[in-house]
Design a binder for this molecule. Structure first.
Ligand code: HEC
Length: 369
């Protein structure tokens, strides 16, 4: 993130601070000021100042994942901090910050740390490494993913993450995956994730073919009046919330990204009937403030997401939580979508029993006390 270079007051204060004895200011505030200052000085020679180096080292140690953490490491190419950046890329692999950390590892020339983690025996870490690799898009890292797919001894979670990383974001490559499935060349235990990837494709042709290929959920879903009578298993529903992509767009029970409405107290707002409706037919009633927009720019690129407007700019929040701010002068057209941004047909990724469990879980989410 580029910083404004004209904050002369802060700069002067920072330079002053660099020359003061350590006891003059609370240590942490002093380090933070030094960090803000040197980030603004173009061409600052960190190696040339032992004091600044010490301040940076202390700052990074006590501000892991803090506001300036990645900026500092990137600006001064601090390769020795790669293990901390790796931890961030793994632990926050589902957030915009984790994505930034993954990309920084590649910039630092430390992409091999992600490869090593991907091939390690720790399944959780390997799964996250696959997600992080998809954020980087770096060809040398992406090239490792097929090896995981080919290794039947790896856990299905790790192979599923590798498959998503390879095909999830690339409608152009999804036709390739479709062909692999059709030819019977995809391992059976990956059919679940493949159907998710393909049925949620932005390419309607791919979605259509996938739907007939997997023939999932078609016609065998009991009507809502039947479903509401059933009692589900909320603990299982909580897991399904995470595995059936809900957390890509919703926060509940401390996990997930706030793209769609938060669901942490949804049981107070919607009864089971309404919960089923929200999942089965997202476009039937779109929550206020969460309408989708399609914004076309003058350079012909298209953004789809939730739009917040100021006098000069539009900020589009996209699925996954990444934001892009555009000057209104760059916008060519904008159109409110009739469809919800929530994917249609998510229930087709589940059996009826699983949907009942998921709704049982959502309906248990209530205000504490
Ligand atoms: C691609 C993003 C996305 C995914 C994935 C997604 N949702 Fe949504 N969801 C939204 C958006 C946006 C809204 C608000 C617009 C609307 O009402 O359709 C919404 C609305 C809802 C609502 C209504 C909330 C309210 O306050 O009225 C519920 C309930 C819900 N989603 C549940 C789920 C569940 C359960 C899953 C997983 C099976 C899921 N969503 C997956 C984006 C998503």
């Amino acid at each position: 993130m580029p910083l404004p270079r004209r904050c002369t007051a802060a700069l002067a204060a920072g330079v002053l601070v660099l020359s003061l004895p350590a006891s003059s200011l609370a240590d942490e505030a002093r380090d933070a000021l030094i960090v803000e200052t040197i980030l603004r000085i173009e061409g600052f020679d960190l190696q040339g100042s032992a004091k600044a180096q010490a301040a940076v080292a202390r700052y990074l140690k006590s501000n892991w994942a803090g506001e300036r953490y990645l900026d500092l490491i990137e600006r001064f190419t601090l390769k020795e901090e790669a293990p901390g950046v790796l931890r961030l890329a793994l632990e926050k692999s589902d957030t915009p910050m984790g994505a930034e950390a993954a990309a920084l590892l590649v910039t630092l020339g430390a992409g091999d740390l992600l490869i090593k983690t991907l091939h390690s025996e720790d399944d959780t870490r390997a799964t996250r490494a696959a997600v992080a690799i998809s954020h980087t898009g770096a060809p040398a890292l992406v090239a490792e993913l097929p090896k995981i797919l080919a290794d039947q001894s790896r856990a299905v979670a790790v192979r599923s993450a590798a498959l998503s990383a390879l095909y999830g974001k690339h409608p152009a490559k999804q036709a390739e995956l479709l062909a692999t499935v059709k030819a019977g060349k995809l391992a059976k235990d990956l059919h679940q994730i493949a159907s998710e990837i393909l049925m949620l494709s932005r390419d309607p042709g791919v979605r259509e073919e996938a739907r007939s290929l997997f023939a999932v959920g078609q016609g065998n879903f009991p009507p809502v009046v039947e479903l509401v009578k059933r009692k589900g298993n909320a603990a299982n529903g909580k897991q399904l919330f995470a595995t059936k992509t809900c957390l890509v767009c919703h926060q509940a029970g401390g996990v997930g990204i706030n793209f769609g409405p938060g669901l942490s107290e949804i049981g107070d707002k919607l009864d089971k009937n309404a919960l089923y409706q929200a999942i089965l037919e997202p476009s039937a009633g779109i929550s206020m403030g969460f309408e989708g927009w399609e914004v076309t720019l003058k350079d012909k690129s298209t953004l789809v997401g939730i739009v917040v407007e100021t006098d000069e700019d539009l900020t589009v929040t996209m699925i996954g939580g990444a934001k892009r701010t555009i000057n209104k002068g760059e916008v060519s057209t904008r159109k409110k979508l009739k469809q919800s941004l929530m994917y249609p047909g998510l229930h087709q990724l589940m059996t009826p029993d699983e949907l009942v469990d998921l709704v049982e879980y959502l309906s248990s989410l209530r205000k504490a006390g």
